[in-house]
Design a protein around this ligand. Structure first.
Ligand code: ATP
Ligand code: MG
Length: 352
């Protein structure tokens, strides 16, 4: 199969982990006999330095002709002056809009090694396998913002159509898993949540009668994630609640360096990135954990290229690396390996 993958390393540890991702993509192509063209382009602070634009037209062009986009991370202290005219994060927001992605996927499946670093008891983490589906384009982050003297307003806005499309996405994903969706809202007080609740209920009843549905209030869900995380599977929610709950759930995974994400739209290319940021405190030292980015490659293979067997092989290779205690400094004090050593181990395993 011939596919084009846009690679946007970005800033901080982004380029370091993306070097490993690139080698892994090449290894997948060799082992499974695919033809992957990788096109690299600038985003974020690196693009501001070169072109005074966090998402230059050349990068947009590369992403628009790609089948999928893999991103490292954007941002850092060099570009964080609040008065700056352009900021690295604007590049990411514009890229999401360009690709038309509206569903953010974050799987959380703690590996036993990483579970050691979680504040939760191992017994609680047993069998945890969550998939968050967070709406990415609406809600309070994008509603009208206004000041009236001492009073400030942030409007939360959602349309039926916005809820329908992300619900369908979640339902299709649930079909390949346990067939159950937990929809999280605050329908006891918010009108947008009541719209969400009725729309999710109708779409599942009419189009996905095979999927089981439960509604849980967001405050209760914040608690359940820490008391009984193994009881949930696909968790569907709006933008703000999803932002908060996915960060909370990342603690279950043990380390920021282990969690991948995908952002999907309708048919267009998806955007894949580790959940961690540019980690300026460790950038340039060759010690960053590359596994979250390698697992993002697995999501890319599965969701944009339709290569599930290849995705499973990548996930197995990373899991084997953790089993074999090939661990970067965020996961161990003794015998830590470098970013390059961890990446090379996974590539070797995959090639076997
Ligand atoms: P951003 O605003 O870009 O999300 P942040 O400050 O919220 O950045 P990160 O950049 O993800 O968060 O870093 C948070 C902490 O986690 C830092 O101490 C960083 O060194 C550590 N960290 C993040 N990613 C990794 C990784 N891949 N390997 C090792 N440590 C990491
Ligand atoms: Mg952050």
């Amino acid at each position: 199969m011939k596919s084009t993958i846009a690679l946007l390393p970005g800033d901080g540890i982004g380029p370091e982990v993306c070097v490993q991702a690139r080698a892994l993509i090449d290894a997948v192509a060799t082992r499974f006999n695919h033809d992957f063209a990788i096109e690299e382009a600038l985003i974020g602070g690196a693009a501001i330095d070169a072109h005074a634009d966090p998402l230059p037209p050349a990068t947009v062009a590369v992403c628009e002709r790609a089948d999928a986009v893999l991103l490292g991370a954007v941002g850092g202290p060099k570009w964080s002056d609040p008065n700056a005219r352009v900021r690295p994060e604007q590049g990411l927001l514009k890229l999401r809009a360009t690709l038309g992605v509206f569903a953010n996927l974050r799987p959380v499946k703690p590996h036993p090694v990483a579970a050691k670093y979680s504040p939760l008891k191992p017994k609680l983490l047993n069998g945890v396998d969550l998939l968050f589906v967070r709406e990415l384009t609406g809600g309070v982050y994008f509603g009208e913002k206004r000041r009236e003297g001492d009073v400030a307003f942030d409007a939360c806005r959602y349309s039926v159509q916005e809820v329908e499309r992300v619900t369908r996405k979640a339902a299709l994903l649930a079909r390949g898993r346990s067939g159950k969706i937990t929809h999280v809202d605050k329908a006891n007080v918010l009108e947008t949540s009541r719209l969400w609740r009725s729309t999710v209920t109708r779409v599942l009843r009419d189009e996905f009668p095979d999927i089981a549905l439960e509604h849980v209030l967001v405050d209760a869900m914040a608690m359940h994630l820490l008391t009984k995380p193994a009881e949930f599977d696909v968790i569907l929610t709006e933008n703000l609640f999803g932002d908060i709950l996915t960060d909370e759930a990342s603690v279950l995974g043990g380390s920021m360096g282990l969690l991948p994400s995908a952002s999907l739209g309708d048919g267009k290319a998806g955007l894949y990135e580790p959940i961690h940021g540019s980690a300026p405190d460790i950038a340039g030292r060759g010690i960053a954990n590359p596994y979250a980015t390698l697992l993002s490659v697995a999501l890319l293979l599965r969701h944009s290229l339709g290569l599930d067997r290849e995705a499973v092989a990548v996930e197995a290779a990373v899991s084997d690396a953790l089993d074999a205690r090939v661990l970067t400094r965020d996961l161990t004090r003794r015998n830590a390996v470098s970013t390059a050593e961890a990446g090379a181990w996974v590539v070797r395993r995959l090639a076997e």
